[in-house]
Write a protein that binds this ligand. Structure first.
Ligand code: GLU
Length: 447
């Protein structure tokens, strides 16, 4: 059966590069296996989930190149969640608890003081109907816990190989808060089952949840998907990335002018068996990534690596892929292809092409560092038409005439023609600058 995977963010903030990792690992797995990808918004937290963040999730994924095959949002599915909760209640697997945070905290401290693991003691299971009624009469509303079987849940993890969680060492998890809202745990299982998710690929921060959720799948009589838990992306100092801090959000990376392929390469290849390198296409990335070979150690990355990856991708971008962006930067369509060929090797980001177009089209204030040489250059400036060989022919002539060579020849010419010490190869720029403008700059005019 073709896999169906899902990426299930909560729309409570902007996606960051660490969220791109599970999104892409799911997509790449589906691509490699001929499967499909569901985008599910886990928006059961009504207070923190917003429509703006939900829109941003779809937009940011599209920017990464992810167009989901299917969409769902948990807030549309509360009837299914309620039905599942009722079934668990009827099965005696979901039970009401009335302890306050303070009471739980006091008990926890007592257990720790006695050297016991701080596991919920299931005191609520012993409440009689009368005691529950009395607590409700006091105005207390129950939260609901899932009654775990005290057994070890084992699975063959797509990333980690044989994996297990000893559920006897866990507190019965709260599935429903006192205000009636669901934590993520139950709706996720109900929706995974309803949509027929075959593979749950997510961060290793969910390993313990998997032990719990496998028990919920089983209690509901639903088939248990295959699980894979990948290492989390962290910055070099080992710190995690927080969605709420907007740290390295996909939006800010896009606004900073990074190519999506650079972000994809870093998000996916860091902490994989492959070296981090610039991979332009999703298909190529899908061919490289094997979940079974992802490292168990944290995937440490340096955000500055993005600059190098981006530059390498930009240098290799064929003209048709940047045509529209060059037009948006003000490069005239009839000059754009030659201009791209002349400048791309010098760019860290495509947007910098706009700066070089201003150097070509002016006005540029020339710097005349060697007046005698520049006077000779003006005299020998060839007639048009200009082509790729014009520069070589002109500078050869100039060298023979003045004896200047190497840096002593080229730097004064660059300063006069561009006003700058560094830049793209002048052989490519000169035909774009053209004879008239070059002549004026050699004469010291701003042009
Ligand atoms: N909404 C959950 C999260 O963002 C989904 C985790 C999962 O993939 O099951 O952590």
């Amino acid at each position: 059966m073709a896999p169906l995977v899902r990426f299930a963010p909560s729309p409570t903030g902007y996606l960051h590069i660490g969220n791109a990792r599970p999104a892409l690992l799911n997509l790449l797995y589906a691509r490699a296996q001929g499967g499909r990808f569901l985008l599910r918004l886990d928006d059961t937290d009504r207070e923190r989930s917003t429509a703006e963040f939900a829109r941003a999730v779809a937009e940011d994924l599209a920017w990464l190149g992810i167009e989901p095959d299917l969409h769902a949002r948990q807030s549309d599915r509360s009837a299914e969640h309620d039905a599942a909760a009722e079934r668990l209640k009827a099965l005696g697997r979901l039970y009401p608890c009335y302890e306050t945070q303070e009471e739980l905290e006091r008990r926890r401290k007592r257990q720790l003081g006695r050297g016991l693991p701080p596991i919920y003691d299931r005191a609520a299971l012993d409440l009689s109907a009368d005691q529950r009624a009395a607590l409700e009469a006091e105005g207390r509303r129950p939260h609901w816990r899932f009654k775990l079987d005290a057994r070890t849940i084992a699975w063959d993890d797509l990333v980690r190989g044989p994996a297990h969680v000893d559920c006897a060492s866990l507190s019965d998890p709260v599935l429903i808060r006192a205000d009636g809202s669901y934590l993520y745990t139950l709706p996720s299982v109900v929706d995974d089952a309803a949509f027929g998710i075959t593979h749950v690929i997510r961060g290793e921060d969910h390993v313990t949840n998997t032990g719990v959720q496998v028990q919920i799948f089983e209690a509901l009589g639903a088939p248990v998907p295959v699980f894979g838990h990948h290492n989390l992306l962290t910055t070099a100092d080992g710190a995690g990335l927080s969605k709420r801090l907007g740290h390295l959000s996909l939006r800010s990376l896009r606004e900073a002018g990074y190519e999506p392929a650079a972000v994809r390469s870093l998000a996916v290849l860091t902490g994989s068996a492959e070296s981090v390198r610039a991979v332009a296409s999703l298909d190529e990335l899908a061919g490289l990534v094997d979940l079974a070979h992802i490292s168990r150690a944290p995937a440490k990355f340096d955000p500055q690596e993005l600059d190098g990856l981006n530059a390498r991708l930009v240098h290799a971008l064929p003209f048709p892929e940047v045509e529209a962006r060059l037009a948006a930067l003000g490069v005239p369509p009839d000059r754009a292809e030659a201009f791209w060929a002349a400048v791309r090797a010098n760019l860290g980001k495509v947007a910098e092409a706009g700066d070089w177009w201003r150097v070509v089209s002016g006005p540029v204030a020339p710097v005349i560092a060697d007046p005698a040489l520049i006077a000779a250059a003006a005299e020998t400036l060839p007639p048009e038409p200009y082509g790729p060989e014009t520069w070589k022919a002109w500078t050869t002539m100039l060298r023979e005439r003045t004896g200047a060579k190497g840096r002593a020849l080229f730097m004064p010419l660059r300063l006069a023609l561009t006003g700058l010490e560094h830049g793209p190869d002048l052989a490519g720029l000169l035909p774009l600058i053209g004879r008239a403008r070059a002549a004026r700059r050699l004469a010291g005019e701003t042009a």
